[in-house]
Design a protein around this ligand. Structure first.
Ligand code: ZN
Length: 251
């Protein structure tokens, strides 16, 4: 069975910005989904903000192993009830890949619990992504010890995130800043990967190394089982062993 991935795109800049339309005529989400579908072990579909329930119905999420998220201009338009739904699925075990300006999405901030603030500059500068752990599953297939993107937006430290479980990539920018650009977390049973590159006016999601990272990331984030939500009481008569009451505190 292939891994079922839902690629969520805000799909706003693609409708209003001619530069973005030239690079991503069918939207960034389509290019990302096509890149994932090059791997026979992955079956990716897309969903966008303007669809009913943002394309993230309970049925879609129940049928999603890994969700990827790109948002920027309309984080505030994402309904809280959908954020609740996505959060619940992550805690149950669904993987989540948060991309670029998704650092300020409701779902990322909710799951991490911090500001997720950073510094930024849009100057079309070179980004060099160093592999902090070339042996990590998400870094497989990248040749050498780093890869470069000729033009990107700069994101710099301090990055207002909790200490990550792992830092897979660390970026250097031409202007001198550095940034933890590939970090992992676990929340409940769900694995989370944040990957920095992907500003809408640069062809980042067409880059072969970026596509390799995305395919690796969804495979790394696949569920390892389902952790059911809820807090059920286990009555005494259903305990595996007979409980011998000791003292007044036991009813
Ligand atoms: Zn950006």
């Amino acid at each position: 069975m292939p891994l079922k991935v839902t690629v969520w795109g805000e799909n706003k800049h693609e409708k209003t910005n001619k530069d973005v339309q030239k690079i991503y005529p069918k939207g960034m989400h389509t290019v990302i989904a096509d890149a994932l579908n090059k791997d026979k072990e992955i079956k990716a579909i897309t969903a966008t903000l303007d669809q009913a329930e943002h394309g993230l119905t309970q049925k879609v999420l129940d049928d999603t192993d890994v969700l990827s998220w790109w948002g920027h201009a309309a984080h505030g338009d994402v309904k809280d009830e959908i954020v609740d739904r996505v959060q619940k699925r992550v805690l149950e075990g669904m993987g989540l890949i948060v991309l670029h300006s998704g650092h300020h999405s409701k779902i990322f901030k909710r799951l991490l619990g911090t500001s997720c603030d950073l510094t930024w500059r849009e100057a079309g500068e070179r980004e060099r992504l160093w592999m902090c752990n070339p042996g990590h599953a998400i870094a497989q297939g990248i040749k050498g010890t780093y890869f470069e993107l000729a033009e990107e937006e700069m994101y710099g430290e301090p990055f207002g995130i909790p200490n990550p479980d792992e830092v897979v990539f660390l970026s250097w920018f031409q202007g001198g800043e550095a940034f933890r650009s590939g970090v992992t977390y676990k929340r409940g049973a769900g694995k989370i990967f944040y990957f920095r590159p992907g500003h809408e006016t640069y062809p980042t999601y067409h880059d072969a190394n970026v596509q390799t990272v995305l395919r690796n990331a969804v495979k790394w984030a696949k569920p390892e089982g389902r952790f059911p939500a809820g807090c059920p009481n286990v009555p005494v008569e259903k305990a595996l062993e007979k409980i011998v009451a000791k003292g007044a505190s036991v009813h």
